[in-house]
Ligand binder design. Sequence first.
Ligand code: GLU
Length: 486
Amino acid sequence: MSNKEVRVRFAPSPTGELHVGNIRTALFDWAYARHTGGKFVFRIEDTDTERVTDEYIQAALGTLRWLGLDWDEGPEVGGPYGPYLQSQRLDIYAKYAKQFLDEGFAYHCYCSAEELEAVREAQRAANVAPGYNGHCRNLTSEQIAAYVAEGRKPVVRMLMPEGSTTFTDLIRGEVSFDHNFVPDFVLVRADGSPLYTLAVAVDDVLMKITHVLRGEDLLSSTPRQIRVYQAMGVAPEDYPLFAHLPFVMGQDNAKLSKRNGEVSIAWYRDAGYLPEAICNYLALLGWSPGEDREDVTMKELTELFTVERVHSSPARFDIKKLEAINGDKIRALTPNSFFDWAMPFLTRANVVTGTASEIELVKKALPIIQERIATLSEIPPMLKFLFTQDFAVESDSASKISDEQSKKVLQASLDRLAGLTEWNHAAIESVLRAALIEELGLKPRIAFGAVRIAVTGSHISPPLFESMELLGAAKSLERIKAALLI
Ligand code: GLU
C-alpha cells in the first residue's frame, strides 16, 4: 500500500432526487475519506443533459449539505482538479477520444441503430452473448468513404482486446472479466457527446482518485474503465482501488424501488427524519461498527469506518428500524435543538405562526412529547389541540364519547375540575382519579379516554394531565362541556 493521500469521490448522475441507495454510497465515501484523513471529492456526472437537470443538481448539493456530508472538492467549493461538473469538461473527454483514435485504442463505428439491432437479433437467435460484433474494427478507407458519402455519422468505439481483466475488489476479492463478455463499447456518441464510461474513467485519473467505493450495480463497468486507464497510459499501480458496496434490497428482498423504500432523501427530510438518524441507519446497510452496536454518531462513524467491515452480502432496507433509530435520535436532542427542529414542522402545518406566546407554549409542550414520537411530523397533530382556534373533536373519536357511560364520565370530571383551585397536572390527576376510578369504579383507560377525546379532540394525544395543565382550566372545562352535547 503506497502512502499516497486517499482521495475518494462520490459521483452521482442526478436524474432525480438522490435516494437511499445514492446516499448510502455517498456516506461510505465520506466516512472513508474522513477516516483516512483523505479528501472527499464530489463530482456531478451530468453529461446526459436531457436527464440531469440543474434543479436536480442543486437538490443533490442541498441533500449532501443537509446530511452533513461536507466535501473537500467539488461544486461550490472548487478544488485543484476542477471543474467538478462533467458538462464543463467536454473538451477534456474529446481530447482523450481523439488520442485513443490516433493511437489505435478506439475506432470509428458507422453501424446504424437498425444494423446493431439486427446483430443483437441474430445473437439472440444463435444463443450467444449479446454485444457489438466488431464490424467496424478494420474498415478499409473505401468502406469508410462509402459510409461518409451516405451521410453516416460515426460513434467512437473502444476496442477491447482478447483476454480478460482481473482486479482485486476491496470487498469482493479478486474479480475477473473475460473479454468475450465485454464487447467493444461506445465512448463518444455520433453527436460528439461523451458516454459515462469515458468521462468517469478520465476524471478518476485526472482527479487522482485513489479509491472508488460505489454500488455493486457498477461492478460490470469496471473492466471497461480499466481499459480506458490503459489507453491513457496509466500504470496499473496507479489505478484507483475498487470497492463495490452490496446491493440494498427492499423488505421483500427485491432490489430497492419506490414501492419498497427507495424514496428520495428529501422525502425523509419532509417526513421528519433527522440527518443523523438517516446517516446512522444507512451506515448499517452493508457495514457494522461491531459488537452488535446499532447506534453510531457521525463522529464515531468517521472513527470506526473501514472497508474491511463492509459485507459483501446484500443489505435489507427496513423503514421500521430507521424509524426506531430516528426516535432515539429525537430523544437525544437537547431541548433547544428539539425546539429548532420542531418549529418548521409546526409552522408549515399552520399550527403556529410564531408569536411570542405561541413559542412559550411550544417550549412547555415539547418536553411532554419528546419521548413519544418517532418522526418530527408527528409533532403538529399532537400539539394542534393547544393552539387551534376552531377546536372540534375528530369525527372518528366523537363516536367514542357519545354513549351514556362517557357522558357520566365527562359530567363527573366537569363537576370535580370546576372546583379545583390550583390548575396543575398533579392536582388534575388526583381529582380525576378520585372521581372516575374510585367513585365510579372505572378502568383508567375507559375513564381517561373520554376526557382525553373531549379535551384534545383525539384518542391519541400527549399525556392527558400535562396536556390539560398546558391547555388551561378555562379551555379544558369549556371543551368538556361541549363534549357533553356530542
Ligand atoms: N455517475 C454514476 C451513477 O450515478 C456513478 C459513477 C461511479 O460511481 O462510478 O450511476
